[in-house]
Every structure is written in structure tokens, then in C-alpha cells.
Design a protein around this ligand. Structure first.
Ligand SMILES: Cc1cc2nc3c(=O)[nH]c(=O)nc-3n(C[C@H](O)[C@H](O)[C@H](O)COP(=O)(O)O)c2cc1C
Length: 377
């Protein structure tokens, strides 16, 4: 495994901060061509009319970054820690299902790219590669495993044991999918699991169901819609791993999650795939951060598309962001190198954003760097 990229760059005398450009719109178009329409419909869509999909990205644009000037920014570091583990950049790979739809190597390629870039990959429990194989491929950087509490508790428990044995550093419990959102694009696009792919972390029947009836059927028939905060306690009691609760939009739910034994919160609306009229994550992040009040780490995903969005999220109090669809586009268009390139871009251009804002390290980013764009009346 190649070593992590250097974390501190000298902007003046040393290596120059050469521009690294990335056109995410072109990347998505190229991914679409590689994916074909069915896989593209699955990856790209949001729930119902896709309002939240648009809103998640535009909400970041409703914050300005307020630069500080005359700070010596000749040395910039994007290194930070998440749950006590060092990462080279506060950009984490969000769990997204069935990455072998995007490339043959699927989750293995993503895990290798994350390890090379020195950041966390979160594996979906609906991955198309066994969690043990992904753990081996991603050695060299911490990895997290996303989990749903299934109606089949024995299966859930067995998965937790496998996750711990395989060396994952955290469990990410997704709670915003008690039932599936109405994924019109999936219904209209006839989205289903191709016959040559599997869902090896779930029961054999799950893959057969996803092949026959699509992914919404797996969510609705296998995920337990009765779970409450007591089940967060149940899960946390099964393992020594920290449990993050993903899919939180309210401060009070964050506080209840922590009281139930969670170690952190992911502010998320599942990339706009569940409740179409939920608020954008950039909008609710500050209230969750306020309620958590420094007692635990808070992460956020949804519509993060630019290094400046990362800077905004950190300024609003997040410890790191997660990115979903951009990784899928990079994987489909360029495989492992594509994902490595995307993470390099985020890292490299986050340095530029930090330099332009007058901050040299992640811990210097505070609330003073963001300001809401005034609304016109
Ligand atoms: C195709 C796709 C599959 C996803 N699968 C899962 C999943 O299995 N588990 C989960 O917790 N979230 C899942 N998500 C949600 C992501 O983890 C994340 O919350 C979301 O993609 C972030 O928004 P972004 O795509 O705008 O970056 C999925 C998202 C997409 C686009």
C-alpha cells in the first residue's frame, strides 16, 4: 500500500498549489454513459419529485464564506481525526449500495482509493462485495460499516460480529429508512439487482428479492420499521465499536441517540431518497450541532459537491462530511483511479479554500467563517 499523501503542503517556497480542476457535471455525464440508464436511475434519483435532491446542493450555496486576511498560510494541513483516528482530509465516503453496478471491482476499488487517500470508507450493508473482502482491500485507513436493524435480529447480530472481527472501526446505524421512500425513478426505470450480482452481507433471499422486485422491496420487507431508541441501545450493547446514528435532522433526536448509547451523529436525509419534503442537511446541521453541544462528533452528508462546501460544513460545526453520489460517478467513470482523483481534488482544493479563508489547519475553522446569504424580500 502506498503511503498517505503528505498532509502539510508548503504553498510558497515549496511545492506550488497547482490548480486541480474537476467538472462534476461532466463526470456525472461520463458516468451515465458508462452505467447505462437503469443503474444511472438507481444512483441518481431522489424520492418522489426530487425536490430535496436539488435542495441539498443549493442549501450549501446559501452560506457565504467570510475570509480572514493577512494570515500566514504558507503551511496548510487538512489532517484531522474522526472518532480518534487520523484522516488526511475530513471527507469520508458515504455508504452507497451495490457499487458493482458502477464497476466490476465495485466496493474493492472504492476501499483502495479511500485507503490511498487516507480517509474513511463507509461500506453499505447492501454492498455487492462481502464486508470481509472490503476490509482487506481498504487496509491502511480506518473503515466504517453501515448497518440497518433488520426484522431478522439474528442476522443483524451476526453481521455486527463479522464487522467487529473484520477490523471496522465504527458501526453507522441508518435510521431514516423505516420504510423505503417513494422512489419513482426506480419504479419507472425498472430498477433491480442484475442476476449476476449479490448482496452477500444479507440473507440469500434478499438478493433474490432485489433481483425480482427491486431495492424498495428489500427495504420495505426486511428492515425493521418498529425500531426506537431502545434498539439503538440494543445495538450499542452488542459491540464495543462506536455506533453513529445516521439520518438525524432534529437536535432532540441527536440528544436521544446519545442518551441511548450512540457515540456520534450523522446529519443526513439519505441523499434526498426518503422524505422529499425534509429540510436540506445544511439547513438543520447548526441546530443539531447546538443540541449535541460538543458531547459527540457530528457528521453531515447530502449535496456536498465542492471543497468550499466542506469548509462551510466544518464552520457550521461538523467534524467531517460524507459524500455519496460524486463517488459513484467517479467509480463508474474511472474506477479506483477515478475515486482517488476525486478525493485528491477535494483534499487539494480544500487547501486552497482554507488558504483563501485564512486558516491553516482544520481546528482553526470556526463559526466565524460562515454567514447566511441575506434573503431578498
Ligand atoms: C445509490 C445510493 C445508494 C445508497 N445506499 C445507502 C445505503 O445502503 N445505506 C445508507 O445508509 N445510505 C445510503 N445512501 C445514502 C448515502 O449514504 C448518503 O446519505 C447520500 O448519498 C449523501 O448525499 P449525496 O449523494 O448528495 O452526497 C445511498 C445513496 C445513494 C445515492
Amino acid at each position: 500500500m502506498a503511503p498517505y499523501p503528505p498532509s502539510a503542503y508548503t504553498l510558497g517556497a515549496g511545492p506550488v498549489l497547482a490548480p486541480k480542476d474537476m467538472d462534476l457535471v461532466a463526470l456525472e455525464a461520463s458516468a451515465r454513459g458508462a452505467l447505462g440508464e437503469m443503474a444511472y436511475a438507481y444512483y441518481s434519483g431522489g424520492a418522489e419529485e426530487g425536490r430535496l435532491l436539488t435542495e441539498n446542493t443549493s442549501a450549501w450555496q446559501r452560506y457565504h464564506l467570510v475570509p480572514k486576511v493577512l494570515v500566514d498560510v504558507s503551511e496548510i494541513s487538512t489532517t484531522t481525526t474522526v472518532l480518534g483516528e487520523e484522516v488526511m482530509v475530513p471527507v469520508i465516503i458515504a455508504p452507497t449500495a451495490v457499487q458493482r453496478l458502477a464497476s466490476l471491482e465495485g466496493e474493492l476499488a472504492t476501499a483502495r482509493a479511500a485507503a490511498l487517500s487516507g480517509t474513511v470508507m463507509t461500506l453499505s450493508s447492501l454492498s455487492s462485495t462481502p464486508l470481509q473482502d472490503v476490509a482487506s482491500a481498504g487496509q491502511g485507513a480506518p473503515q466504517w460499516m453501515q448497518i440497518y436493524i433488520l426484522k431478522d435480529r439474528a442476522r443483524t447480530k451476526a453481521m455486527v460480529e463479522q464487522v467487529a472481527e473484520s477490523g471496522y472501526k465504527a458501526l453507522v446505524l441508518t435510521v431514516d429508512a423505516p420504510v423505503s421512500g417513494l422512489r419513482s425513478h426506480e419504479i419507472r426505470g425498472g430498477v433491480h439487482l442484475p442476476d449476476d450480482l449479490e448482496l452477500p452481507n444479507l440473507a440469500n433471499a434478499s438478493a433474490a428479492r432485489a433481483q425480482r422486485d427491486g431495492f424498495m422491496a428489500v427495504v420495505s420487507q426486511e428492515f425493521d420499521p418498529s425500531i426506537t431508541f431502545d434498539d439503538v441501545s440494543w445495538l450499542a450493547g452488542l459491540t464495543d465499536l462506536p455506533v453513529l446514528v445516521k439520518g438525524v435532522a432534529r437536535g432532540s433526536d441527536a440528544v436521544s441517540s446519545l442518551s441511548a448509547g450512540a457515540s456520534g451523529i450523522v446529519v443526513s436525509n439519505h441523499g434526498g431518497r426518503q422524505l422529499d419534503d425534509a429540510p436540506a442537511t445544511a439547513t438543520v446541521l447548526p441546530s443539531v450541532v447546538e443540541a449535541v453541544a460538543g458531547r459527540a462528533e457530528v457528521f453531515v452528508d447530502g449535496g456536498v459537491r465542492r471543497p468550499s462546501d466542506v469548509m462551510k460544513a466544518l464552520s457550521l460545526g461538523a467534524n467531517a462530511v460524507l459524500i455519496g453520489r460524486p463517488v459513484l460517478w467517479a467509480l463508474a467513470a474511472g474506477g479506483q483511479d477515478g475515486v482517488t482523483g476525486l478525493l485528491e481534488w477535494f483534499t487539494h482544493e480544500l487547501r486552497r479554500t482554507m488558504a483563501l479563508c485564512g486558516v491553516r489547519s482544520i481546528d482553526e475553522i470556526d463559526a466565524s467563517f460562515t454567514q447566511r446569504v441575506p434573503t431578498s424580500t
